[in-house]
Design a protein around this ligand. Structure first.
Ligand code: PLP
Length: 387
């Protein structure tokens, strides 16, 4: 399907709403039936009809149709946040007594779900280094039902070979779920590589303006219906019509935002490579990265996240650099218009130097600003850092 068609037309029945070019926000919890027979039909076909908005809502459905088309899957289901989508996808596959294999260091919320939530319900989880696909096979047991992937994963951007892991999983009848937020649905399509369920935090690139939270799970009709009937309806983490509308608006400009972010990021990384204050740049799109070949094979383009390691062993210097940036905002998340840093040093507890990550690491997200504007900001912060 043509990308322009998906983003501008698919699912949009303009004649039904005064030929408005912008989709309507159907801000209604309820949809009325005229007869008992109609209501009976509605109740029996709850996955397809509009009866109650913790179910289907026309504005949300329009978004779901576009996201499924972007990921190349039969269907998609939207949630109120990326974590709601991750949780629904994972919970839909497990029961007490099952075993899950998960990449180590997934996004912090997924980490919590795996390490602290699932074990409470009798699901055992093994965290592995996903850079070698054989590690999935080796960690699998008789009762393994799910491989949970995030590629590239958060902060340090390790990749998994999605096609290889999917083929190992298929041979063992194990379901695969991947968090594809890093790449957006434009730059990586895991379902085409054999992955069963593809999840996004739509809060990131899909929304693109840092003004909405959302999530989506994409997969076959059968798997999405299963999630709809159970995790979606029973846990109720739905996306509101207004938030679906904001995400639809975000989608209109997704290709140009992604292109701009990709280009500016390459320029900023090229600048940082020349700075002697930078010991390392962790970015799978640099030829010297150990997984460069896989990144080239699996992703269509680079995105805006990378991590640098500052060349210092002085926490104060790291703090001075970060605190001195004037245009990069210090915040969580990414994918919006604004460039961001997330210093690992911020994860250190007062008086303790213990964290999963060295304090010299800083994750960057490059937004929509001019590269010169950002580079100038970095230059003045480096000058303050070395004093
Ligand atoms: C890779 C990744 N997945 C999932 C999430 C969770 O998304 P949300 O914040 O929309 O719940 C995040 C949030 O930062 C993320 O970075």
């Amino acid at each position: 399907m043509d990308l322009s068609y998906i983003l501008n037309e698919l699912g949009e029945d303009r004649a039904a709403y005064f030929n408005a070019v912008t989709p309507p926000i159907i801000q209604s919890s309820n949809f009325a039936c005229r007869t008992v027979e109609e209501m009976r039909y509605m109740l029996q076909h709850e996955t397809e009809v509009n009866l109650y908005s913790r179910g289907n809502n026309p504005t949300v459905s329009m978004l779901e149709e576009k996201l499924a088309a972007l990921e190349g899957t039969e269907q998609a289901i939207a949630f109120g946040s990326g974590m709601a989508a991750v949780a629904a996808a994972v919970l839909s596959q497990v029961k007490a007594g099952d075993h899950v294999v998960c990449v180590k260091k997934p996004y912090i919320g997924a980490n919590k779900l795996m390490r602290h939530f699932l074990p409470r319900f009798g699901v055992e989880v093994t965290l592995i280094d996903g850079t070698n696909a054989q590690n999935f096979a080796q960690a699998s047991k008789e009762n393994t039902v799910l491989y949970y992937l995030e590629s590239p994963n958060s902060f340090t951007f390790e990749l998994q070979d999605l096609a290889q892991v999917a083929s190992i999983a298929k041979a063992k009848n194990i379901v695969t779920v991947v968090d594809n937020s890093f790449a957006s649905p434009l730059y990586q399509n895991p379902a085409a590589l054999g992955i069963d369920l593809v999840v996004h935090s739509a809060t990131k690139y899909i929304g693109g303006h840092s003004d909405v939270l959302g999530g989506v799970v994409c997969g076959t009709r059968e798997r999405i219906h299963q999630i709809f009937k159970m995790e979606y309806m029973a846990l109720g983490a739905v996306l509101s019509p207004h938030d679906a509308w904001l995400l639809l608006r975000g989608l209109r400009t997704l290709p140009i935002r992604m292109e701009r972010v990709a280009q500016t990021t390459r320029q900023v990384v090229a600048y940082l490579q020349q700075r002697e204050e930078v010991a390392e740049i962790i970015w799978p799109f640099l030829p010297q990265h150990p997984q460069y070949a896989l990144a080239q094979k699996q992703l269509r383009n680079n995105t805006g996240q990378f991590t640098i390691k500052l060349k210092t062993d002085d926490l104060k210097q790291v703090e001075t650099f970060c605190d001195s940036l004037q245009h990069f905002l210090m915040a969580a998340s990414w994918g919006g218009h604004e460039s961001l840093i997330y210093p690992a040093a911020a994860t250190y507890k007062e008086g303790s130097y213990k964290s999963a990550l060295p304090f010299t690491l800083i994750r960057f997200y490059i937004g929509l600003e001019d590269s010169e504007y950002l580079i100038k900001d970095l230059g003045q912060a480096f000058a303050k850092m070395v004093g």
